[in-house]
Design a protein around this ligand. Structure first.
Ligand SMILES: Nc1ncnc2c1ncn2[C@@H]1O[C@H](COP(=O)(O)OP(=O)(O)OP(=O)(O)O)[C@@H](O)[C@H]1O
Ligand SMILES: [Mg+2]
Length: 451
């Protein structure tokens, strides 16, 4: 495609056959300032003439179409719409510090797209219940389902195109990761007949796809969850799944997830690292980002990407119809309570007594399961004789010894030997052969390999 007129001069012929192409001015406007300068120099050099390249912010605006979802408006009152089809293709990431208005923005998008496309809302904080109450999303309490049940649920949601709210607020962090892995995998693996367009809203998405060591969960659990979220973002597209993710920090999100995004909505940022990452993401130079991102008000965002009717645009996200629970509680002075009354209200003594009683159990419960098993083994009354049996059998391995010979050989009673053997057997340490008088025991094959 040749957008610009090329003046061919006899002294400097330019062959059209090589397809010399200059982008449209508004496309040039999307380049970084350095590339833009280079572009205009090249344009002048090759005889295209003086190309006036508009500043990124004043790039010609595409008109918001009536089919667009209205996201908000610029300071000048220009409506910023989202093209749903393009959104489905390019997904979206909403980023900003705590209080920037991310959850509000998700709520706005949920409300505005309700009834036009299936919606799945992943709610780690239990913030979106009012949406379900108002619009009839089926409310699922994830902690009441195990992973197998969540996988089945995912398949059914796809099959029946149900809009649902998955409330994960009662799950611990590891439980949330396990739940998301099982649920997303089932959404992605749904049969082709069920590949309908569906928006998947995920608030606090870094919890489910944490970068590197940002999560305390076991590596395998974390990997499975990151894999599932990445899959949702990449393989999900052809399957009609469109992730709309919100996170406080880009640095906390797995890179594999961020790299799948084409639409970004970036709000208030205050930390240096966040501002730099945000600037890279929206294509601003650092000085502009440092000037402007920390000054944004809650609800103000920079929107960049093919889904927006005008991009990049600084916009104020529009209002919401349902009650938003993200606000911090209003300031109010606490009641004046003296120490005696406080102790009574807290019932501190009873709490301390109960804690002392719990100490023993708590210590035991805090142990990792393998350690608990070893403790149980050592505490068993038959531990000593089991140790002696094991030592004798180890000496003659891989041969074994007749059980009936053991009491004499170990100067022990038949009863003690039986208890010792039972204990070793319980831990899979022995193999038994034969019956009755001829019954013999030897050290189990797998154990032998470690001797
Ligand atoms: N578009 C908006 N219009 C008006 N007020 C807004 C808007 N966006 C956010 N706010 C105000 O800012 C508050 C915080 O917004 P929100 O709960 O969405 O923040 P957040 O970015 O999700 O924060 P966190 O990361 O802590 O969850 C809201 O309760 C609301 O009062
Ligand atoms: Mg929030």
């Amino acid at each position: 495609m040749l957008h610009a007129e090329i003046r061919q001069t006899p002294e400097r012929p330019i062959s059209r056959a090589f397809g010399l192409v200059f982008p449209k001015p508004e496309d040039m406007a999307k380049l970084s300032p350095a590339d833009r300068r280079l572009g205009s120099l090249l344009a002048a050099e090759s005889g295209v003439g003086n190309v006036t390249i508009p500043d990124r912010e004043t790039a010609p605006a595409g008109q918001a179409k009536s089919a667009d979802v209205v996201m908000g408006a610029t300071e000048l009152g220009e409506i910023i719409g989202i093209d749903l089809a393009r959104l489905l293709d390019g997904r979206m990431l909403v980023q900003g510090t705590s209080g920037a208005g991310k959850s509000w923005t998700l709520r706005r998008l949920i409300e505005q797209t309700h009834g036009r496309v299936q919606q799945i809302i992943i709610d780690p904080e239990g913030e979106f219940k009012s949406i379900a109450e108002r619009y009839g999303h089926f409310h699922v309490e994830a902690h009441k389902l195990d992973t197998a049940a969540l996988a089945l649920l995912g398949a059914r949601i796809r099959a029946h195109r149900l809009s649902v709210l998955i409330d994960m607020s009662e799950l611990d962090r590891e439980g949330q990761l396990q739940a998301i892995a099982a649920f997303f995998e089932s959404l992605i693996n749904a049969p082709r007949a069920h590949w309908h367009p569906c928006l998947v809203f995920v608030d606090e998405a870094h919890l489910f796809a944490p970068f590197g060591g940002q999560s305390t969960a076991a590596t395998s659990v974390r990997k499975a969850a990151i894999g599932a979220v990445t899959d949702l973002m990449s393989r999900g597209r052809k399957r009609g799944l469109c992730g709309i993710l919100a996170t406080q920090r880009l640095a906390r999100m797995a890179k594999s997830v961020v790299s799948e995004m084409h639409n970004f909505v970036v709000g208030l940022n205050t930390l240096d690292l966040d501002i730099r990452r945000a600037a890279e993401t929206i294509g601003w130079d650092a000085s502009k980002a440092f000037d402007r991102l920390p000054m944004l008000e809650p609800g103000d965002f920079v929107a960049v990407g093919p889904a927006f009717s005008r991009s990049p645009a600084v916009l104020r996200v529009g209002g919401v119809e349902t009650h938003h629970r993200g606000a911090r509680p209003a300031l109010s002075a606490p009641d004046d309570i003296d120490a005696e009354e406080a102790a009574q209200l807290l019932d501190l003594e009873a709490l301390m007594e109960a804690s002392a009683e719990d100490d023993e159990i708590r210590d035991e419960n805090a142990l990792i399961p393998s350690l608990k098993a070893i403790r149980a083994f050592i505490r068993d009354p038959a531990f000593a004789v089991a140790g002696r049996i094991y030592a004798e059998l180890k000496a003659i391995a891989p041969s074994g010894a007749r059980v009936s010979d053991m009491p004499a050989g170990l100067q022990s009673t038949a009863e003690d030997i039986a208890a010792g053997l039972a204990l070793l057997d319980q831990f899979g340490a022995l193999e038994f052969m034969g019956d009755g008088e001829d019954r013999a025991a030897r050290i189990e094959k797998g154990m032998l390999a470690c001797l």
